[in-house]
Design a binder for this molecule. Sequence first.
Ligand code: PLP
Length: 442
Amino acid sequence: MASAYSIKKSNAHYKQAVKRLPMGVSSNYRSWGPDQTLYVSHGKGARLWDIDGNSYVDYRLGFGPAILGYADERVDEAAREGMSVGGPTALSTEREHAVAERIAGMVRSVDMVRFANSGTEAVMAGLRLARSFTGRSRHIMIEGGYHGLSDGVLWEMHHEQNEAGDVNLEVQSEGRGVPTVLRTLFDTVPLNDPEKLEEVLRVEGNDVAVLLIEVILGNAGGIVSEPGYLKRIRSLCDEYGVVLMVDEVKTGFRVARGGVQELMDVEADICTFAKAMGNGYPISAVAGREEIMSTIGPEGSAQGGTYAAHPVSLAAAEKTLQILDETDALEKINEYGVELQQGISQLLSARGVTHTWSGHPSMSGVFFMESAPRNYEDWVKSDYEFYEALAARLIGSGILVEPDSREPFFISAAHDDSCLNETLEKFESALSFVLDERAQKK
Ligand SMILES: Cc1ncc(COP(=O)(O)O)c(C=O)c1O
């Protein structure tokens, strides 16, 4: 397929689209430039078709949501039933309680739930809630974490590496327009470094409302928190009266029924969900302990909005969560993820390529380095350019992975043996191509 691959129609559409849509798209992350941006015709199961008719086995899954696969008929049927409500009414439906019950049954730390539309919104609500509950203003984030597009968290680690391999990380806002004054409101600390966190808390502790963390860094290749680290941060948060907010927008209902909290045995005070909970329908949740959640209200913090708990998305979430909770979908996803890792590892090892996996089989990152990464600095030190070359070749052969190595491979319950065989076959030829190319450059 590689030689016949053409995205002429996507390229032509880009030229039109860019006149009306900045960067030709509706989210910066979807633009891969004039020659590479893809426009989608449709998805079904684990496959996606672009407007040129190319088909892809998809490991992006819309950055995670399509956990049961695209256009899952059970979920779509439920969503159609949700339409019978007639749309958002500025009143509540009984289903909100039913879905909150389901979430509380699945996630140990959750007593109460509020719904929103996106991960960004859920995180915004959670941060505000933590500030209102503690009466403090500051927050702490983890280097390499991502928590959506609201100003308070839209900060990333700019990285530089010198010839000797030393890495310098510097906090910068993602793009312009984020008020610089907000930089004074937070600190960042590396993952798996409790001493650094304690250092910050010793100085700022009385002003810190919340530690915001992805326990598996789903936007940095799935770098995993170590068990001892999680125990330590839990007790540091307790000691300093800081709310532990676990952002489960990517991990929630994916890495285990009870999310990363179940998988890694950590209990959050507040947690946020989105992505997998609606199989692609726009819905999210901020959830947590009653003592904190029950302060939402006129005397505490504001949360809500015209489209919160939209009846279509809510019905889709009810069905998605039922399936994830009551069937073996997550076990199937896990099995596929393990087989994919093993298959790819065999191919890489056969060619002598040093690599390691991070994350969870349902959302894992491959790092071209010797030992598993412990923090964002390790990602900088990995050979991510090798990943990028491989990714470009894979995409051109019909295996859709993210061009940026920081986005993990997402697996859905619709990935099957035919997807696996096709992936491994194409991975082998993409690998040969990239290795030959590298050898020629030397
Ligand atoms: C951990 C995490 N939090 C928050 C968000 C923001 O979610 P959304 O894109 O739905 O606003 C994302 C998106 O990728 C995420 O991965």
